[in-house]
Each structure stands twice: as C-alpha cells, then as structure tokens.
Ligand binder design. Structure first.
Ligand code: GDP
Ligand code: MG
Length: 296
C-alpha cells in the first residue's frame, strides 16, 4: 500500500453525492395526438413511480398560447432517486395548417436554457440550479410505412439543432416486421439526405466500447415501439402487452418490438450522457450565443 494516495475513491464519493441529490431528468414528447405518447412514457416508467404531481411549477411558466404541460414524477429504484419531468406538447401537427406549429416547442426549450443561464449569472448563485432543460426529446413518427411527412422533416431539423432528439416509430404493431424494416431504412435515408444529425453524436472522448454502443444505438434509431398500460396473459404470465388481429404483442419481447431497447437506452445506458450532452453541447451553444450578443 506504500504510495497509495486514495483518490480512486473519488468515484464512490461522487456516486454518493449524486445519489443523495438525485438525478433530474427532463423528457419531452412530441408527435400527433393519439400516437401513444402518454402510453409509452407510462409503460417505460410507471412501474417505478412513487410520486407524481401534475403541473410542476416551472421557473419559466409556459405562455398562455402554448399548451405545453409538465408533469413531475419521482422514481426510486434500489435507493436511487430519479426526478423525472415529462413535458407533453399536445396538439403538435394536429391542425390542417401546421405552419409554425413547432415554434412554441422550440421556444419552450430555449426558455429553459435562458432560465438556467440567468440563474448561473446571478451573483447569489444557488448551490444547485434547478434544471428544467430538456435532456431528451422523443419524437413520435406515424407508422405509415411510407416516408417521413414533410412537416416531420422540418421539425426534426429544427429540434435537432437545440435538443437531443430520439425518433421513434409509434404504434409499430401496425406494421409487419418486413414493413417495419423497410420503413426504418427509408427514414434513415431521409435523415441522411436532409442532413439531420441526431443524438448520439460522435465524440473523440468516447472509448472503443462507448463507440460500439453508440453505433448500435444509431443502428436501432428510430426505435420501433409499442406501448401498453394493460397486462395480457402469455403462457400463464401477465405481461405488458396488446392483443391485435395477429395475436398478442408482448411489449417487452425483443422479437415483437424495440421497447426494451429504448428503455435500456433511456434509463440504463444513456441517461447520464443525455444530461451531460444537453449541458455541454446544446446549452453551451445557446449560452455562448447569448453572451456574445451581450458583448456586441
Ligand atoms: P397520445 O395522444 O399520443 O398521448 O396517445 P395515448 O397514449 O393517449 O394513446 C392513444 C390511443 O392509442 C390509446 O387508446 C392507446 O391505448 C393506444 N395506443 C397507445 N400505444 C399504442 C401502441 O403501441 N399500439 C397500439 N395499437 N395502440 C396504442
Ligand atoms: Mg397524451
């Protein structure tokens, strides 16, 4: 033990601090009404909810003209606390004329950055700044099996410039596995064609293992998901699922859909990175732009 300094305990020290403080994770859902946004979020997180309260008080109250709604949850698993805000954006893309329907959403995201920056700049800084910045935006695509809608291309482009966007094929039980694979391929081509760059981003800091993991995530995106708030019985066991004309879809069965992959990605493998990337890339871009504007 000669020469042992002991700073290797830093990970335990950090972990203990973080665990005590809890994580704040803010997820936004975007997509047309009825695509299963609320159902999916509940399917991912509901089993661990210990407390939910409607309409969390935001520092930047949403303007009257937007219907954006935040619901706060506290989730606990093995002594680890997750403070989860779900930001719902009802009505996106529902109108006949969807011109500028994304504006309130983009504004909401920027407002949270702006609120954070103001608090960072005040002299009497709070020890921990309440973080209402959106760490992940789940973007729900209609399972049309054809192509992206022009409006989705526009909005994906705008959103991806300010937030970590993760597209999902909603209600993917509407497609056969072949249709799903073809649709996915088509979406990937369109994303590339329109130069829409999505999370996870390439980073030189990533080691080989992280790079491989991110490559597998890029491969999966858009996740083809199915949500359900009901149990169905499969082989005598109750599972989250849906009955349709072909039989029973077990939400958690990887042969049926990619729900489990999305949940692992959100809660196990990329939670911390989504939070960090928001601070280091999206917020930082906002911040430097604002500070430059002040100087000029
Ligand atoms: P939201 O308006 O996007 O929040 O959609 P909801 O979560 O309220 O769901 C709308 C309807 O679609 C409900 O009747 C759900 O039971 C149903 N639904 C939700 N997810 C799925 C899914 O993955 N597959 C199918 N077939 N129906 C779903
Ligand atoms: Mg809903």
């Amino acid at each position: 033990l000669n020469g042992y300094v002991g700073f290797d305990t830093i990970t335990q020290q950090i972990e203990k601090k973080l665990l005590k403080r809890g994580f704040q994770f803010n997820v936004m859902v975007v997509g047309q009404s009825g695509l299963g946004k609320s159902t999916l979020v509940n399917t991912i997180f509901a089993s661990h909810l210990i407390e939910s309260k409607g309409r969390v008080a935001c520092d930047e109250p949403p303007r009257q003209t937007t219907e954006i709604e935040t619901v706060g949850h506290i989730i606990e698993e093995n002594g680890v606390r997750l403070k989860l805000n779900i930001v719902d954006t009802p009505g996106y893309g529902d109108q006949v004329n969807n011109e500028n329907c994304w504006e309130p959403i983009i504004k909401y995201i920027k407002d949270q950055h702006s609120a954070y920056l103001r608090k960072e700049l005040t002299a009497t800084r709070e020890k921990y700044i309440q973080d209402s910045r959106i760490h992940c935006c789940l973007f729900f695509l209609t399972p049309s099996g054809h192509a992206l809608k022009p409006i989705d291309i526009v909005v994906l482009k705008k959103l991806s410039e300010v937030v970590n966007v993760v597209p999902v094929i909603a209600k993917s039980d509407a497609l056969t596995l072949e249709e799903r694979a073809a649709f996915k391929m088509r979406i990937k081509q369109e994303l590339t064609f329109h130069n829409i760059r999505l999370y996870p981003y390439e980073s030189e800091e990533d080691d080989e293992q992280e790079q491989a993991l991110n490559e597998s995530i890029r491969d999966l995106i858009p996740f083809a998901v199915v949500g359900s708030e009901r149990n169905v019985v499969v082989d005598g066991k109750a599972v989250r699922g849906r009955k349709n004309r072909y039989g029973v879809i077990n939400v958690e069965n990887e042969d049926h859909c990619e729900f489990v992959h999305l949940r692992n990605f959100l809660t196990r493998t990329h939670l911390q990175d989504l939070i960090e990337t928001t601070a280091q890339i999206h917020y930082e871009a906002f911040r430097s732009k604002q500070l430059l504007a002040i100087k000029e």
